[in-house]
Design a protein around this ligand. Structure first.
Ligand code: HEM
Length: 146
């Protein structure tokens, strides 16, 4: 991500914050519409707590895009935990789609081509790093099984 893209993501995130709870509802509704099977992963989950956790993690990730030394490691750890929740690579595509869809609706006329590109880049970074962690955890599980 370049500096301009980071600034766009951070600015538009500030604009989404006042409607964050509605956006989180929209996001999970859209996700379950895109793939109803994903609901099974959240069968035992307290969804209002989950929405708060997702928003908090996105907030700290976005704030840390140009400052945090531990951001990448934290995302890897998050991805490692997600592998244990049963999250698979194809799920990351769905989440990316639901996220951009939600942001586009939430930001309405403040959404732009540049914002779409910047968010796609941010999500690629987040999902890429999480999947790196997931892969590493699978490899260490295979090693343990051998
Ligand atoms: C932007 C990417 C994502 C972020 C920031 C994120 C964030 C989080 C956070 C903060 C938690 C709380 C538990 C923890 O910290 O380990 C969590 C749990 C979970 N996430 Fe994600 N997640 C992402 C992607 C995904 C994807 C792609 C899926 C699959 C559909 C998914 C499914 C789940 C499930 C099943 C749980 C466990 C819920 C429970 O505790 O019952 N997440 N996520």
């Amino acid at each position: 991500m370049n500096r301009d893209q980071i600034a766009i993501v951070q600015d538009t995130w500030q604009q989404v914050l006042p409607i964050a709870e509605v956006a989180a509802d929209l996001f999970y509704d859209r996700l379950f519409e895109l793939d109803p099977d994903v609901k099974d992963l959240f069968a035992q989950t307290d969804m209002s707590a989950q929405k708060a956790k997702l928003l908090a993690t996105l907030a700290s990730t976005i704030a840390g895009l140009n400052t945090s030394a531990t951001l990448l490691r934290d995302l890897e750890e998050l991805g490692r935990r997600h592998a244990a929740y049963g999250v698979r690579p194809a799920h990351y595509e769905l989440i990316g789609e639901a996220l951009l869809w939600t942001l586009e609706r939430g930001l309405a006329d403040r959404w732009s081509h540049e914002a779409a590109e910047a968010w796609a880049a941010a999500y690629a970074l987040i999902a890429g790093q999480m999947q790196k962690g997931a892969k590493a955890s699978q490899q260490s599980n295979v090693r343990r099984a051998m």
